[in-house]
Design a protein around this ligand. Structure first.
Ligand SMILES: [Zn+2]
Length: 330
């Protein structure tokens, strides 16, 4: 089971990409592809199928290797149709704002910009993973322009996987912030197992999700699970069990999925920012509608009282897996 954004077909070339000659050769190959990120959005075809647009070097005439981020090399099924052999293609990412005005105009003409998460349901697992990586790394460059030690400008080095201060030479690397997300369950005195879900006021009406939160410095993942649930819902849990992880570069996280067993029942949301939290039985969860971007041609689901968290998230995976008794004790 691989979750959305985790199906990465590319070999990141961690050792090779530091070699400038190797990188320049990959950059100039005819079949090398580029994906452009514009203020966090990706470029797609104008039609309703929303195929992602990967560009060739000839479509980006003035782009230099130093302004690009090397994502990796792999067989995307986009290679030479006459050849039976899989074709390994290198892919780079670039920030739209680094392009010349005439190229920007051409791209605006060529396709449409969309938030990746809004169209993930239409994409192949591979495209979603590559675009998520591109989006996360471009965001990291934009948000780390200055040195954290001395405040002078940083420059991209190592194929876009590090930034070095132009003054004190301090190196900065892309960060990933760990967040735990947990399906909390409890067997109630009436013999019915229920799970704990919560919602934030800003979410779509009726949408509920598993509780989640960032791991604090100096904390184990298990301690973070226990702390977050008591902070957000006043529920005591024990026995956190790791289930799965999901890259979540929106902008820079990894979600670490757990189950945990509650030893208390009374919910108290007064200490944190949840709008509501509630115990749900499997019978109730079965009536949840799936909240996700509709594929073209699909009709909106019948309005249900409750909605599942977004279909691309590990939250919906954990809830569905618990509903089907694939995870948890009860
Ligand atoms: Zn510095």
């Amino acid at each position: 089971m691989t979750l959305a954004y985790g199906n990465m077909p590319l070999d990141r070339g961690t050792n090779q990409r530091k070699n400038k000659r190797w990188l320049a050769a990959e950059f100039t190959r005819e079949d090398t592809l580029f994906c452009v990120i514009h203020e966090g959005q990706c470029l797609f075809d104008r039609d309703e199928f929303l195929a992602p647009i990967y560009l060739s070097k000839t479509q980006l005439p003035t782009v230099t290797v130093d302004s690009c981020i090397y994502l990796g090399k792999g067989d995307l099924g986009k290679g030479n149709l006459d050849s039976q052999k899989p074709t390994e293609i290198s892919i780079f990412a670039i920030d739209f704002n680094k392009l010349r005005f005439s190229t920007q105009e051409a791209l605006i003409e060529m396709g449409q910009w969309q938030e990746l998460r809004k169209v993930t349901a239409n994409l192949s697992a591979i495209d979603a993973s590559i675009l998520a990586l591109a989006k996360g790394l471009v965001h990291w460059h934009i948000s780390h322009q200055f040195c954290g030690q001395c405040g002078h400008g940083n420059r991209s080095v190592e194929a876009g996987h590090a930034r070095r201060c132009s003054d004190c030479r301090n190196m900065t690397f892309p960060r990933t912030d760990p967040a735990v997300i947990m399906l909390v369950e409890r067997m109630f005195d009436d013999g019915v197992a229920r799970c704990l879900l919560g919602r934030q006021a800003s979410w779509a009406e009726g949408m509920y999700s598993t509780l989640a939160g960032f791991v604090d410095p100096g904390e184990t993942l298990e301690q973070a699970v226990i702390r977050e649930v008591v902070e957000e819902a006043g529920i005591i849990v024990e026995n956190p069990q790791y289930i799965a992880s999901q890259p979540w570069p929106f902008p820079a996280s990894i979600m670490l999925g757990f189950t945990a067993v509650a030893t208390s029942e009374k919910i108290d949301i007064s200490q944190d920012d949840l709008e509501a939290a509630q115990w749900f039985s499997r019978e109730q969860l079965a009536d949840f509608s799936i909240h996700s971007a509709l594929k073209s041609g699909e009709e909106a689901p019948i309005k249900a009282q409750y909605k599942m968290s977004s279909g691309d998230s590990i939250s919906s995976y954990l809830i569905k897996a618990w509903l089907n008794k694939e995870i948890g004790q009860y």
